[in-house]
Design a protein around this ligand. Structure first.
Ligand SMILES: C[S@@+](CC[C@H](N)C(=O)[O-])C[C@H]1O[C@@H](n2cnc3c(N)ncnc32)[C@H](O)[C@@H]1O
Length: 212
């Protein structure tokens, strides 16, 4: 079995367990906070094992969960199969190329995904294209450190980390990339991810709007 397939199998199987402590310490609260305003037709990119599902409010009329990794998608399908009152569709789209017309969604969600997409700029352009005017990108992402020593370490270990952690990059300046893609950042909060190592703990969350 090729090494990437083994990595993806192990990551999908262990993801919820590996995240448990950080979820309890901060991520669950942050997810609830950013997802509270989700509404209308919603697309989540890189939905993983479906951790965000339980936080979507009733105002979300139709939910599309995209997840390009087959092993992650398998875990996701299990959560979706549990009875709930929402209309949910699962797709294999990568964030760089989504097979939907312009202005298809009111809300797009990205949590811990813009670190992993192969091209952040293309993914953000695609998100922008898919949102309706005044639609929202709800995001929670870890980003490059503002401490020069940690930043130097992030650059050093990034290739190894990326290989072990599903192509996750440590040195992306995601807030700047969101603004460069044409969004207006409505609010943004920065806090360290509790329990995560220093090289992966600087985290931003917030809401970015596509202008009218
Ligand atoms: C760290 S996990 C985050 C999962 C989930 N969003 C969460 O909040 O826990 C990163 C996810 O991004 C997905 N991913 C990787 N490359 C992607 C791409 N190009 N487009 C969309 N998702 C991608 C991975 O398969 C994985 O499920």
């Amino acid at each position: 079995m090729p090494i990437k397939k083994i990595r993806s199998y192990l990551m999908a199987k262990s993801y919820d367990f590996a995240m448990q402590s950080t979820e309890q310490r901060c991520l669950t609260r942050w997810r609830k906070e950013i997802l509270a305003t989700a509404h209308g037709d919603l697309l989540e990119i890189g939905a993983g094992t479906g951790i965000n599902l339980r936080h979507y409010p009733v105002e979300t009329s139709h939910i599309t969960l995209s997840e390009p990794d087959a092993q992650m998608r398998k875990q996701l399908m299990r959560k979706v199969a549990k009875p709930n009152d929402k209309q949910i569709e699962v797709t294999a789209w990568g964030a760089e190329s989504i097979d939907m017309p312009d202005a298809s969604y009111d809300t797009i969600v990205s949590t811990l995904v813009l670190c992993s997409v192969s091209c952040q700029q293309t993914s953000l352009q695609e998100i922008y294209r898919l949102l309706r005017p005044s639609g929202s990108l709800l995001f929670m992402e870890h980003i490059i450190s503002d401490n020069p020593t940690i930043m130097a370490w992030q650059r050093r270990i990034e290739p190894l980390w990326s290989f072990c952690a599903g192509d996750c990059r440590l040195t992306r300046n995601t807030a700047a990339a969101v603004t460069a893609a044409g969004f207006n950042i409505e609010w943004l909060t920065e806090e360290p991810m509790l329990g995560a190592p220093a090289f992966v703990n600087r985290t931003i969350r917030g809401v970015a709007k596509k202008p009218d």
